[in-house]
Design a binder for this molecule. Structure first.
Ligand code: RB5
Length: 141
């Protein structure tokens, strides 16, 4: 299951991502926000981080205007490895090298088509399990 969250700056793109998840029959939990009214992005980053850390969700996707606020917040939660991606190469590399468990996107930065490609690449790339990458992840904490 993928936990998905956003603020108003990511609301429109969240709809696009949810359409993609539905099309691919990927189970998801939409943790809000549910309108374009102004909200505080740390609330939604916390919801997604906690869903991943509890095991309720396998991974999370967070979207705000830039992707920066949600990624900074999510990375405050020990065990969360949130990667802000604006390109497909980084999306693949962060799964293979960092075993990132949350993806952050900027709803005002990436277009819908690129965002879907990033999500698709991120969800479909496995962690490499190479010793050097695991060692570096272990060093983070
Ligand atoms: C909201 O205006 C905006 O600050 C937020 O979506 C995000 O970009 C913060 O990092």
């Amino acid at each position: 299951m993928i936990a998905v969250g956003c603020d108003q700056g990511g609301f429109a793109l969240k709809g696009v991502i949810i359409d993609y998840l539905k099309e691919k029959n990927i189970e998801y939990n939409d943790l809000g926000t549910y309108t374009e009214d102004s909200v505080d992005y740390p609330v939604y980053a916390k919801k997604v981080a906690e869903a991943v850390l509890s095991g309720e969700a396998e991974k999370g996707i967070l979207i705000c205007g830039t992707g920066i606020g949600v990624s900074i917040t999510a990375n405050r939660y020990r065990g969360i490895r949130c990667a802000l991606c604006g390109d497909v190469f980084s999306a693949k590399a962060t799964r293979a090298h960092n075993d990132s468990n949350v993806l952050a996107l900027g709803g005002r930065v990436v277009g819908a088509g690129l965002a879907v490609e990033i999500v698709d690449a991120w969800l479909n790339t496995e962690f490499s399990h190479e010793e050097r990458h695991q060692r570096r992840i272990d060093m983070m904490d």
